[in-house]
Design a protein around this ligand. Structure first.
Ligand code: FEO
Length: 397
């Protein structure tokens, strides 16, 4: 396994996971990478490790540069297992006595995860001496874990941003100038929508602080923990994040549903046509063939989310409940919600969806539309009214 040189003395030494498809409930259709970096200064420093199972890949890349036992210290920017899972194994290989630096909460979290691993955990204090250069730390609490922090080599303008500015893409290419935005753009939005949406407030504040401190022009290279390294255009990463944190909706509606015997599906199709004829960009998603995280990505920049469900045993459909639970956790802002669905006798499904959308803080311009058994002509009028009401609300946003 070969390391990749980033600057004269900084290398990528991470691992590529071509096979992962389920990343804690989020679909990663093109795999991912667990990025780790080696700084070869007087003190040889490893930044982050990899997911458990990929330790040998990391060590074999390091071994092409230096004997792994020559690593003097390790920095853990983020204690989530896709980066920390390999830490005990890597420390065992390089020397358990070597210090592992993390934020105060990182020390706490790593200590909790690896109680018996004998790690020499130390909380960072502002900066770390590398010999001729220094590593400066910036706490990024709740972006996206309590322990998260960035590390920065000011002398070279290299920012190690842990999950920030990452994306899930397994390729041999390691740099932004080797992959077109056509390929990585949707993956970057997918990553942001599914991982960082709940923390857009914190990210906006961080960007403001970094700008106010005059740090942005100093950032020449961004090295995230997933995906490629931004060496050609780190400004593009900052530009996208500055836009995405605003959660500004487009004139767009997502119609998402599940169906038992096609009645709710029929309603969804009618609604899609009505919205489209009103000049609204319309996306149609059946939960029979779409993953919750793909739907969430589409919802990210949509003004309206219209959710359809049949009633089953007095409840909404399980796949719809799954989606709503997921969307609720993402805490998306500036959304219009609507619900619809068919039923046979009790008909609670669409009402439950409507109530849930309300607890999520969505604006609800209409009551739910429910159809008993199979949609008839009179039902189409109700659906059309729902479509028009939502379209009007979207246009007002
Ligand atoms: Fe890539 Fe939050 O771990």
């Amino acid at each position: 396994m070969e390391p990749i040189k980033i600057t004269e003395n900084i290398y990528w030494v991470g691992a590529v996971d071509y096979d992962i498809r389920d990343f804690h409930g989020y679909l990663t259709p093109r795999g991912s990478t667990y990025n780790a970096y080696l700084i070869v200064d007087k003190k040889i420093t490893l930044i982050d490790t990899v997911k458990h199972g990929f330790e040998d890949e990391l060590l074999s890349r390091v071994a092409k540069i230096v004997d792994p036992t020559k690593i003097d210290q390790v920095v853990s920017n983020h204690a989530e297992m896709d980066h920390s899972g390999g830490l005990p194994g890597v420390m065992k290989a390089i020397g358990l006595e070597k210090p592992v630096y993390a934020s105060t909460l990182g020390v706490k979290n790593l200590g909790g995860q690896f109680k018996d691993a004998g790690l020499n955990l130390k909380a960072v204090e502002g900066k770390l001496d590398l010999g001729s250069e220094e590593l400066v730390f910036l706490e990024t609490r709740m972006i996206h874990w309590p322990d998260s922090m960035f590390s920065f080599v000011p002398a070279q303008g290299v920012l190690f941003s842990q999950d920030g500015f990452g994306l899930h893409l397994a390729t041999p290419e390691r740099f932004d100038d080797q992959i077109s935005e056509e390929i990585w753009g949707p993956l970057a939005l997918n990553y942001f929508a599914n991982i960082l949406t709940p923390y857009t407030g914190q990210i906006a504040k961080l960007i403001e602080k970094v700008a106010a401190d005059g740090l942005i022009p100093q950032i020449k290279i961004i090295c995230p923990d997933h995906g490629f390294i931004w060496r050609q255009n780190p400004g593009r990463a900052l530009e996208l994040y500055s836009a995405w944190v605003q959660q500004k909706p487009k004139r767009k509606a997502v119609i998402v549903f599940d169906t038992m015997w096609h009645s709710t599906e029929y309603m969804a199709r009618e609604l899609a046509d009505y919205l489209y004829t009103q000049g609204i960009e319309t996306r149609y998603y059946s939960l029979k063939n779409q993953h919750r995280s793909a739907v969430a990505t589409e919802c990210y920049d949509a003004a309206a989310i219209m959710v359809g469900t049949p009633t089953i045993n007095n409840q909404m459909f399980p796949s719809v409940a799954d989606l709503l639970c997921y969307l609720k956790s993402l805490k998306m802002k500036n959304k219009i919600g609507a619900s619809f669905g068919s039923y046979g006798w009790s008909g609670e499904g669409a009402k439950l969806v409507q109530a849930e959308l309300k607890t999520m803080g969505y604006e609800l311009p209409s009551d739910e539309v429910r159809v008993q058994w199979v949609p008839q002509e009179k039902d189409l009028a109700s659906l059309k009214a729902l479509g028009l009401t939502v379209a009007e609300a979207v246009k007002k946003q």
